[in-house]
Design a protein around this ligand. Structure first.
Ligand code: NAD
Length: 456
C-alpha cells in the first residue's frame, strides 16, 4: 500500500469526518449531506456555471447529479474467523465524455457523501485536462490499519465481487486512491477477470507494471502537479530554486512531489504523515524518508529529526505549501495562519471555500486540486490506452505526453482566469463545465451508445 497509517484520531479526520470517526447512520448521513463535501462540489459548480455561460438549470442539475450510485455490503472473514459486513460504494458520476474513471479509497471516514463529491471532482478533472473519460469514485468504510495482508486481499476481492457487474474496460475503470495501491489494483483486475470471464487489464489502472501498469503512473500525480507549479512560477517570472516547501501528507502524492521539488532545487523544510511532522530548516533527507515510509513506518517513531504536530506544515514559514493528505485541511479557522505564498493542492478538496477567500485576500496563489492533481488520472488514461492496444510506452514518452497535457490545461485555465479576473479554481471548473455541457448537448443531437447502455 502507499502507506497505511496508524490513525491519529483528530488529525486524520477531514472536515467532513464524523466526530466518532466511525460509520454514520442514514439519518446522520442525510444531515451531513447538507453541508458536506458533495454540497461543496455543487456550490462550486453553481458558482462556475455563470462563467461557463450555462443558464439551463436542468442541464446544470444533470451535470451535478451522479448518474448512478452503488452501495454494497461487503462480507469478509477475519484471520481469526470473525465475520464482518462492511459498507462500500461506487459512484458513477458522469459518462458524458467517456467511461467513468476514478479511484477507490479505503478509510474509516469514507461516506456516501464523500464518495459522491470525489466522483464529481473526477468528472471535472478529466474534463479540465481534456481526456476522453468521465468521473467516478469508490470506497470502503474501513480502517485498513486494522487489516492483515490476507484480510486486505479478501476484502478487496469481496468488494470486487459486489461491483464487477457495473465496472469494465469500456464502462468504469477504477484506480488507486488513499490507502489503496498497485497491488490492490492487481487483485481487483484478477478478480474481475475471474468473475466476468474477461481477463482484461484495462478494467483498472494503477496496476503494477508486471500486470499491465504504465511506467510513470506511481509518480504521475506528483509530476503533473510539479509541471503546473513550474508553469505558474514561470508565468510569475520565478522558479523553484531555493524555494522553501512544506508538505502535508507524505504518501504517494506528497513523497513523490517532495522528491521532484528537491531535484529541481527546492528545499523541503517540513513534511508530515498522520502521526507527526518532521522539520529541518536546512532541508529534510527526502529520499531517506520516502524509503522509510515504504517500510510502513511512522514519522512519530523517527527520533533523529525534530518532530512537531502533524498539522504543523500548514503553518511553517515557507514559500510553497503542498497539502497532500485529505480534504478540509485549510479552513476558515486556520487559513490566516498559512504563511506560504503558493498553495499546491495535490490532495482533493484540501481548502474550504471560506479559506479560499481568506487566502485570496492575503494574495496567496492557490493552484487548485482539479488541475494540479490531475496527472494521476492522465497517466491512468495512458495506462488504459496502452492496455487496450497492447502497447508499452517508454517512461520518457509517458512523461513528455503528460507534460504537454498539463501545460495545455494550465494555459486554458490561466487564460480564462486572466480574461475574466477570476480565481484559477473557478476558471478550471468553468473550462470543465463547458466541455461537459458540450458533450451532453452533442449527445442529444447525435445520440450515441451511452456508457449506461453498455452496463445494462
Ligand atoms: P496515501 O495514502 O499514499 O498518502 C496519504 C498520506 O497522508 C499518508 O502519508 C498519511 O499518513 C497522510 N495523512 C493523512 N492524514 C493526515 C493528516 N491529518 N496530517 C498529515 N498527514 C496526513 O494517499 P495519496 O494517494 O498520496 O493521496 C493523498 C491525496 O492526494 C488524497 O487527497 C488523494 O485523493 C489525492 N490524490 C491522489 C492521487 C494519486 O494518484 N495517488 C491522485 C489524485 C489525487
Amino acid at each position: 500500500m502507499h502507506d497505511v497509517e496508524r490513525p491519529a484520531p483528530q488529525a486524520e479526520m477531514g472536515l467532513w469526518s464524523h466526530p466518532s470517526g466511525g460509520r454514520r447512520n442514514r439519518e446522520e448521513e442525510g444531515l451531513m449531506a447538507e453541508d458536506g463535501a458533495y454540497a461543496l462540489f455543487c456550490a462550486t459548480v453553481d458558482a462556475a456555471s455563470a462563467v461557463a455561460g450555462i443558464t439551463d438549470q436542468w442541464l446544470l442539475e444533470r451535470i451535478k447529479t451522479p448518474e448512478r450510485i452503488h452501495q454494497v455490503s461487503i462480507p469478509f472473514t477475519r484471520d481469526d474467523g470473525h465475520r464482518e459486513l462492511l459498507t462500500g460504494y461506487r459512484v458513477q458520476h458522469s459518462s458524458a465524455r467517456g467511461p467513468y474513471k476514478g479511484g477507490i479509497r479505503y478509510h474509516p471516514n469514507v461516506t456516501l457523501d464523500e464518495v459522491k463529491a470525489l466522483a464529481g471532482w473526477m468528472s471535472i478533472k478529466t474534463a479540465v485536462v481534456n481526456i476522453p473519460m468521465g468521473g467516478g469514485k469508490g470506497g470502503i468504510t474501513v480502517d485498513p490499519q486494522s487489516l492483515s495482508i490476507h484480510e486486505l486481499e479478501a476484502m478487496t476481492r469481496s468488494y470486487t465481487e459486489r461491483i464487477w457487474r457495473c465496472i469494465g474496460p469500456l464502462v468504469d475503470i477504477p484506480a488507486p486512491d488513499v490507502n489503496t495501491d498497485s497491488r490492490i489494483m492487481d487483485w481487483l483486475a484478477v478478480e474481475y477477470g475471474r468473475l466476468s470471464g474477461v481477463a482484461d487489464p484495462a478494467v483498472v489502472t494503477g496496476k503494477t507494471v508486471e500486470h499491465g501498469g504504465s511506467l510513470g503512473r506511481d509518480k504521475a500525480t506528483a509530476r503533473g502537479g510539479f509541471d503546473v507549479l513550474e508553469a505558474a512560477l514561470h508565468a510569475a517570472g520565478d522558479d523553484l530554486r531555493g524555494k522553501r516547501v512544506a508538505i502535508q501528507g507524505f504518501g504517494n502524492a506528497g513523497a513523490n512531489a517532495a522528491l521532484l521539488l528537491q531535484e529541481a532545487g527546492a528545499i523541503i523544510v517540513a513534511a508530515s504523515d498522520s502521526t507527526a511532522a518532521l522539520v529541518s530548516a536546512t532541508g529534510l533527507p527526502v529520499a531517506d524518508l520516502a524509503a522509510y515510509k515504504d517500510r510502513n513506518a511512522h514519522f512519530c517513531d523517527l527520533t533523529e529529526i525534530e518532530r512537531k504536530r502533524a498539522d504543523s506544515p500548514l503553518y511553517e514559514e515557507v514559500d510553497i505549501l503542498v497539502p497532500a493528505a485529505l480534504e478540509g485541511q485549510i479552513t476558515a479557522a486556520n487559513a490566516e495562519r498559512v504563511q506560504a505564498r503558493w498553495v499546491v493542492e495535490l490532495a482533493n478538496g484540501p481548502t474550504t471555500p471560506e479559506a479560499d477567500e481568506v487566502l485570496a485576500g492575503r494574495g496567496v496563489h492557490v493552484l487548485p486540486d482539479i488541475l494540479v492533481n490531475a496527472g494521476g488520472v492522465v497517466v491512468s488514461y495512458f495506462e488504459w490506452v496502452q492496455d487496450l492496444h497492447s502497447e508499452r510506452w517508454l517512461l520518457e514518452e509517458v512523461e513528455a505526453r503528460l507534460a504537454v497535457i498539463m501545460k495545455r490545461a494550465f494555459d486554458a485555465v490561466t487564460t480564462l482566469a486572466n480574461d475574466r479576473g477570476i480565481s484559477l479554481r473557478l476558471a478550471a471548473y468553468a473550462v470543465a463545465l463547458q466541455r461537459i455541457a458540450d458533450a451532453i448537448r452533442e449527445g442529444e443531437v447525435t445520440p450515441r451508445r451511452s456508457i449506461s447502455t453498455v452496463i445494462l
